[in-house]
Design a protein around this ligand. Structure first.
Ligand code: ATP
Ligand code: MG
Length: 216
């Protein structure tokens, strides 16, 4: 049995065409089913639905043989014990710094002020500001980062941005792009050895279906 860990929503939706290229179709819709284990048209392949941030953990400890996780999630997790053979180029967005539109970020950085930064992505934020030599107090949040600068909780946030419309709706502006984000295939290292005959063709079929890189 091959177990694939996916999160509901964009990662599930955008992974489906890649699975189709490997001849795999998921037999139930996670939005309408309450099941956490979904069968596929292949008796020896199943999908388990987990929180996006739990995908690396499932794969690391062998609760799943492979999974799909955002670069953001993988950096925060640390990636230990995971083989990351493919950038799937799905669920694309970027990690950015944003502030209230009336906050002079460049000036605050120039003055060497200590910034209060709210984020779910503390590892990425810590590294980014350390690289810039900016002193920060990080405030860990689990969601709705946009609210932090509006309430005075923080001067800045580090968050995922795709169109920018959520920032705009909350009078925030993107002041720095930290990195481009997309989702990757992650594979349990022991499973890759023990189930290589099943996993290798699956990984190869997925690789052949990755969307073309518009920048290439
Ligand atoms: P939830 O939103 O249910 O709290 P989550 O934020 O962990 O969970 P998703 O919103 O489905 O889960 O995001 C999953 C992954 O998709 C993220 O880790 C990131 O890599 C990517 N992602 C997040 N937001 C966007 C976006 N607006 N556009 C494109 N990709 C995104
Ligand atoms: Mg989300």
């Amino acid at each position: 049995m091959i177990t694939l860990a996916l999160s509901k929503g964009r990662i599930f939706e955008e992974t489906l065409p890649l699975l189709a290229a490997a001849g795999i179709s998921v037999l139930e819709d996670p939005e309408s089913s309450r099941k956490l284990i979904l069968p596929t048209n292949q008796a020896d392949v199943r999908v388990v639905l987990v929180r996006a941030t739990d995908v690396p953990t499932y794969v690391e400890y062998g609760g799943a043989d492979l999974g799909v996780a955002g670069r953001d999630v993988l950096i925060e997790h640390g990636g230990a014990g995971l083989y990351q053979p493919l950038d799937l180029r799905i669920a694309k967005c970027r990690m950015s710094v944003a502030v209230r539109d009336d906050f002079d970020y460049d000036n605050a950085v120039r003055q060497g002020s200590r910034l209060r930064v709210a984020t779910k992505y503390t590892a990425i934020a810590r590294q980014h500001f350390a690289d810039k030599g900016v002193h920060v107090d990080l405030i860990k949040l689990y969601g709705s980062m946009e609210l932090a600068p509006l309430t005075g909780l923080a001067d800045a946030i580090v968050d995922l941005v795709s169109t920018g419309s959520t920032l705009k709706a909350n009078r925030l502006v993107e002041v720095e792009r930290i990195m481009d984000i997309s989702s990757r295939l992650v594979v349990n290292q022991a499973a890759l050895k023990l189930k290589r005959d099943q996993l290798k063709p699956l990984i190869d079929a997925i690789a052949s279906a990755i969307p073309a890189d518009p920048a290439a």
